[in-house]
Design a protein around this ligand. Structure first.
Ligand code: PLP
Length: 393
């Protein structure tokens, strides 16, 4: 980890970062040195293995239309094997220029207008858009809080799945925004319900590399050969290695019929290939930057413990849910008795702390905030101090 830099905060304002621009829109007075904690990307220097590899590649690269290179495919298969114990057949791999576009594609491929799509709420907001903008219906399966931890309401899921109008489940695993890493037993129950009711599962596993000590990610397709044939697993190096702007995602679809239907719908959008640089960045990440990812995981682990202990001691009215996976800390601010708008105003205008507002994840998120912890510890610590000052008394 020695040559990996996890302490330099990169101000991405001049790089047209969407997250930094949104912060400046929300509060034009925010001084330099204050970072946002919203959108799930990183304000850290890129892994040197990826930077150097891309620089070397640029020397003689020609940016024409590019099929998936063999080295890229091998890197993806190797990653699934090494990090996830998952043997992926190269035929199962389908590219998409994002996991969100893949979810939109899946909604169109496996459902008809008017059909229901089950989502476990609070949910990553593009899930709602994928359903509604395609004129399908959202079937909400709200997560429940049991003993301070989010859990799946399996009775409700069973009831929704049994309705023949509901054809698809969009699962988020690990779960954004609650930070849950679903156990193998939980995933098996989801699989059983889906299989018994002929519901196809789109498993968004974009955060699958980002799991904290004591927890273990299980790829849905590995809980049984039965569910492997009825699911899509959406993966990407974008969260783990901060490559979202490279727009390179790998959707794994073991079943030939489901794969063909997905590809037909994807190609109907005019998609042909990923970008030449996207393939290369993914290959370099998976083949060469594994140690960098381990350093990032140590940083996230350190930051989540900092937040947990800080809230317990200095802001006990805030409940920090245990971050089991992702780097997105879910915080319950309802103890202050303020409206969502009041919280946003205090955080952004007084504390200069820019979260993703809980309400963007659905009505269940009112009074909650989501904080991106994959950033230098000093920035997290300073933000916590600013919050504590504003909420004192
Ligand atoms: C659960 C989840 N899915 C998908 C995405 C984004 O995917 P992409 O940028 O590949 O479209 C994110 C980004 O935060 C996410 O949290």
């Amino acid at each position: 980890m020695s040559h990996h830099d996890f302490t330099t905060l990169v101000d991405r304002s001049a790089q047209s970062s969407a997250k930094w621009a949104a912060m400046h829109d929300a509060n034009p007075e925010v001084p330099p040195g204050i970072p946002p904690f919203s959108v799930a990307d990183l304000d850290l220097p890129i892994a040197p293995e990826i930077r150097d590899g891309l620089q070397a590649f640029m020397t003689d690269a020609v940016f024409g239309y590019t099929r998936p290179p063999t080295a890229f495919t091998q890197a993806v298969l190797g990653w699934m094997h090494r990090r996830h114990g998952w043997e992926v057949d190269p035929d199962w791999l389908v590219q998409s220029n994002g996991v969100v576009p893949a979810i939109f594609t899946a909604v169109r491929a496996y459902t008809q207008p008017g059909d229901g799509v089950i989502v476990q709420t609070p949910a990553y907001y593009p899930f709602y858009a994928a359903i509604e903008s395609n004129h399908r219906r959202i079937a909400r399966n709200p997560l429940v809080i049991r003993d301070g931890r989010y859990a799946i309401d399996f009775d409700d899921l069973q009831r929704l799945a049994a309705n023949p109008a509901n054809k698809l489940l969009v699962l988020c695993s690990p779960h954004n925004p609650t930070g849950r890493v679903w156990t193998r037993a939980e995933l098996r129950r989801v699989a059983d319900i889906a299989l018994a009711n002929d519901v196809i599962v789109v498993s968004d596993e974009i955060h699958f590399d980002l799991v904290m000590p004591g927890h273990r990610h299980t790829v849905l397709a590995t809980v049984g050969a039965d569910i492997a044939q009825r699911c899509l697993v959406c993966t990407a190096p974008s969260k783990s290695f901060n490559l979202a702007g490279m727009q390179a995602s790998n959707i794994v679809i073991p079943d030939a019929d489901l794969r063909a239907r997905f590809v037909t719908e994807r190609d109907a959008t005019g998609f042909i290939f990923l970008t030449t640089l996207g393939y290369k960045a993914c290959e370099l990440a998976y083949d060469q930057a594994e140690a960098w990812l381990d350093g990032l995981l140590a940083l996230i682990d350190h930051n989540r413990l900092l937040v947990r202990d800080f809230m317990a001691k200095r802001m006990p009215r805030v409940k920090a849910f245990e971050l089991e996976g992702t780097y997105l800390q879910w915080l319950d601010f309802r103890g202050f008795g303020k409206t969502a708008d009041e919280l946003q105003s205090i955080n952004e205008q007084q504390a200069l702390v820019f979260f993703d507002e809980g309400t963007v994840f659905g009505s269940e998120g009112a009074g909650f905030e989501r904080m991106n912890l994959a950033t230098p510890t000093a920035a997290v610590a300073a933000a916590l101090e600013r919050l504590a000052r504003c909420y004192a008394g």
